[in-house]
Design a protein around this ligand. Sequence first.
Ligand code: FMN
Length: 254
Amino acid sequence: MTPEQIRKAIHDIRKQTERPFAVNLFVSTELAEDVRHHIQHGLEVTRPFRDTLGINEPVIERIQESFDEQLHVIVEEQVPVFSFTFGIPTKAQMEKLKEQHIITSGTATTVQEAIQLEAAGVDTIVAQGSEAGGHRGTFETYPHLPMVGTMALVPQIVDHVNIPVIAAGGIMDGRGVAASLMLGASGVQLGTAFLTAEESGAHALHKQALLESDETSTVITKAFSGKEARGYLIRSLIIFVQAPPLPRTRYNMQ
Ligand SMILES: Cc1cc2nc3c(=O)[nH]c(=O)nc-3n(C[C@H](O)[C@H](O)[C@H](O)COP(=O)(O)O)c2cc1C
């Protein structure tokens, strides 16, 4: 969302409730110089698919919002809770949040990340197990993507930090909540369980796919954004893969 869209959403929420709420952002840094070149290359590689399917070339005006500008709105609006993933805000950004007494919550997928978040002054940690839907919040560099399950991750993070830990990943009902509390979590965060709710903005087909899925239906994929995320393997993906073979000479398949 643009900073102004975030401000409007905050105002809309405040019109509907006086209760505390959180705003969540992706912590991002400035993009590398050559990113436009990569995007151009990506557009060329995917052009044959668009030609086959009759889809117009996307117009990319802005690649990403400025995290600093988005955060400025959170601070200015004195949002009660600010949660984030994919990294840690800078020292200066953390100070601004603290000045406004905004409670912060950062995502960790490993013990090392949790320790870093605590050292940066974050108030609570979301321990995101490998079962979690959506993007992996991993921000440290590892030889392979860490995929520590919620049951293993939560107690290990609890043992290494002194701030409240919120368990996330694969929790679907009261049994998961009780188990998380037993593992030392102070709270839980559910994502997938709410996707089919009336209030959810998920597309009807997305909701239907969820309801028709089972425990074997999800995969970790980079298809959404280039960053690993857990998603559903649905028919449209298979159809996409079955598109007519592309002329290999037009681009390097790797
Ligand atoms: C569709 C979807 C979108 C998500 N988007 C975000 C996000 O923008 N920011 C974030 O911190 N976590 C995001 N998450 C992750 C959740 O915060 C949480 O870690 C996860 O949903 C917990 O696992 P569960 O889906 O098994 O309940 C998303 C999860 C899903 C399923």
